[in-house]
Design a protein around this ligand. Structure first.
Ligand code: SF4
Length: 224
């Protein structure tokens, strides 16, 4: 039976996304196919990092035992996990759960949306801007397939990133098709600058998002 490499699993408040501030069960998978310049979860990158190996059934059992209905699958990159479909299939069948998949934008989400439905499985898709140095890895087709319960998230490190995010948001009319968040890279751009940009561009349906867990706990904290 296949076992997923799990870097950490825990309950905490969701620090970002549509359920920000609410409790969630987090499952953090090992491994990422990108190397963002400002990555804050580098500990999830490397094979050989401390981890536990769990089957899809064991992960599902843990999720149910927490008693929390909201689940966040994160990484690393959850969608690059071999046999992630087995887990998604289990989660999709459980209508009591609401699942958000945090994906880095490099993997096409449409096959997953088609295979596992959209009732209780939603996608928080990153668009990596030039400041991350991963922009060329983006699966641009994702911009066409997100739906209203999904999120496109732009993590900005500079004014140039903001301008780039604005172009993508307008070009793909994202504000009318999904939720759109802009989030700062801590210590690289002040949130105030993002607000001023949103005001200047009249981005009325875009939300500034600050990562709550980084306000409550230190940047280095794990399992929070
Ligand atoms: S996609 Fe996420 S985990 Fe991967 S390098 Fe970028 S920030 Fe880190």
């Amino acid at each position: 039976m296949y076992k997923f490499p799990i870097i950490e699993k825990f309950i905490s408040i969701d620090g970002e996304g549509p359920m920000a501030g609410a409790l969630a069960t987090f499952i953090r998978f090992e491994g990422c196919n990108l190397r963002c310049k400002w990555c804050d979860t580098t500990y999830s990158w490397e094979a050989g990092a401390e981890k536990e190996l769990l089957s899809a059934q064991e992960i599902y059992k843990y999720i149910k035992e927490t008693g929390i209905q909201h689940v966040t699958l994160t990484g690393g990159e959850p969608l690059m996990q071999k046999e992630i479909g087995t887990l998604l299939s289990l989660l999709a069948k459980d209508e009591k759960l609401l699942v958000h998949i945090e994906t880095n934008g490099s993997i096409p989400i449409e096959p997953f949306k088609k295979a596992y439905g959209e009732e209780n499985i939603r996608y928080i898709v990153d668009y990596k801007l030039s400041g991350s140095r991963m922009q060329e890895k983006m699966a641009m087709e994702n911009l066409d397939v997100v739906t209203k319960e999904d999120v496109y998230k732009f993590v900005v490190a500079s004014k140039e990133d903001l301008e780039e995010a604005y172009s993508i948001i307008k070009c793909y009319e994202l504000e009318t098709r999904c939720k759109v968040y802009i989030s700062p890279v801590m210590d690289q751009i002040h949130p105030q600058e993002i607000v001023e940009f949103m005001k200047a561009k009249r981005l009325g349906k875009v939300k500034l998002q600050l990562q709550i867990h980084k306000i409550i706990w230190s940047k280095e904290s794990r399992g929070v």
